[in-house]
Design a protein around this ligand. Structure first.
Ligand SMILES: Cc1ncc(COP(=O)(O)O)c(C=O)c1O
Length: 251
């Protein structure tokens, strides 16, 4: 089965679609489906929307604008670990498909390739979703919790960028608990790994952009900010400040 994979909110960039972009994408996919079907083929549209919930009511999905025909080709993937369940590590996710036959095929692969989500995770997910249905405010609380942390980190990173002569490093996330930051103006290093390793030596773990297939020379890094204690994030900011001082001194 061929598939078009759409991941919004995106990991690692945090990008989201506007409704106009979703409409344009739906139209393009419809046209492509026409062409494919004329050749006797077709494709599935895999919608990875596991961060749904974090950007609050602003979430835009292709499903909001897809025709019944396009929606039938869609598979929506959601997870307990992000906005809906807020249970990182639960390893419980689910798929909703427009075409029930697709679920049958997925079950064949899944049952042979992996085990089920643990009973504990399933029970936790059921409790989380039931709670969200009874108290929709819970979703806003999750969104506020994550965005407060990501906004704090993004604001501090931009302050550090300005203080170190690198300009603003990132945009303020609207949909994710991580920040995608651009250190390409840090001339004293050649690759994202040099910054990653310096930060790790000093006690802050981040994900280098090259782990997401970006060019190492682009010097992009993803900072995940889901720590409960805001003081931990402030401590991390001090460490990042120290790392930048060291890296710039090496220039
Ligand atoms: C876009 C996206 N999809 C899927 C996953 C998988 O989520 P999990 O394995 O925690 O259910 C992740 C995890 O980081 C993700 O970022």
């Amino acid at each position: 089965v061929r598939a078009v994979v759409l991941c919004f909110p995106n990991n690692p960039t945090g990008a989201v679609m506007t409704l106009a972009e979703a409409r344009a994408l739906a139209a393009a996919l419809e046209a492509e489906l026409d062409a494919e079907e004329a050749r006797g083929g077709g494709f599935v549209v895999l919608l990875d929307e596991v961060y749904l919930g974090i950007e609050g009511s602003a979430h835009v999905s292709l499903l909001q604008v897809a025709s019944p025909r396009l929606a039938r080709q869609a598979c929506l993937v959601l997870s307990a670990s992000k906005g809906l369940g807020a249970m990182p590590g639960a390893r419980a996710a689910w798929v909703t498909a427009g075409d029930p036959a697709l679920i049958g095929e997925m079950v064949k692969v899944q049952s042979a390739a992996s085990g089920n989500a643990s009973t504990i995770s399933q029970a936790g997910l059921e409790a989380a979703l039931t709670h969200c249905l009874r108290e929709p405010q819970a979703l806003s609380d999750v969104s506020e919790y994550y965005l407060q942390r990501a906004t704090l980190m993004a604001t501090r990173l931009n302050q550090l960028g300005l203080a170190h002569g690198l300009g603003a490093l990132c945009t303020i996330p609207r949909s994710t608990f991580y920040v995608w930051a651009d250190f390409s103006r840090l001339d004293s290093v050649q690759t994202d790994l040099e910054i990653f390793e310096r930060l790790l030596d000093l006690g802050v773990a981040v994900v280098p952009g090259s782990a997401f297939s970006m060019e190492p020379e682009a010097r992009l890094l993803r900072f995940s900010c889901a720590q409960d204690d805001l003081d931990d994030l402030e401590r991390a900011v001090s460490v990042i400040d120290r790392a930048l001082c060291q890296l710039r001194a090496a220039q």
